[in-house]
Design a protein. Structure first.
Length: 157
């Protein structure tokens, strides 16, 4: 009898404790703190140029036609099913993307779309608007750089 009583007490205590835990830690609260935290944790570099692997700003020199052609080929193979230059497809039109984003931002979006759409305010907005996820297309950094070079030739066309 005594031991039964003890078990009941322990049980009751346990229930009370977990109930308390539940109250102070509602799933809603948790998510909103996490989101707020990750956004405020972005550096000003990341806000302007996106979230790495590219962590230094790319400077564009004279147009490199070899890269343009390489970029075009990769674009046709791995991007064109979702992007055109002047119309919305699955994703946004990219003809004027370099007028809105830095070259480094575009490279980081290509190389790290998962993290970008989770943490970067601009990419998060696009995800909400387009409601589909841009997958990482298995491209190397040099490929992303070549795509930027190709995109340079596409504005105003
Ligand atoms: C399966 C469809 C899909 C493929 C393939 C795809 N994208 Fe995207 N892309 C999207 C969507 C959708 C978005 C908007 C963000 C989101 O919802 O993830 C986007 C966003 C972008 C952006 C950001 C534009 C802006 O205004 O900030 C760039 C740049 C981009 N894509 C380039 C590329 C390149 C280059 C490739 C090929 C290597 C590619 N994408 C392949 C669907 C795709």
């Amino acid at each position: 009898m005594k031991s039964l009583l003890r078990i009941t007490t322990v049980l009751a205590l346990f229930v009370t404790l977990s109930a308390c835990g539940g109250e102070t830690n509602t799933p809603d609260k948790k998510t909103s703190t996490a989101t707020a935290k990750s956004e405020s944790e972005l550096t000003s570099f990341q806000l302007e140029h996106g979230i790495g692997p590219v962590v230094e700003p790319i400077t564009l020199g004279e147009l490199n036609m070899e890269w343009v052609e390489k970029g075009r080929a990769i674009f046709e193979m791995k991007c064109e099913m979702c992007h055109s230059m002047d119309n919305r497809v699955v994703g946004p039109a990219l003809g004027d993307v370099l007028e809105k984003r830095t070259p480094t931002y575009v490279m980081n979006m290509i190389l790290n779309p998962g993290e970008m759409t989770k943490k970067h305010p601009e990419a998060k907005k696009l995800l909400q608007e387009y409601m589909s996820i841009m997958p990482f297309q298995n491209v190397e950094r040099e490929d992303a750089r070549a795509i930027v070079e190709f995109l340079r030739t596409q504005s105003d066309s």
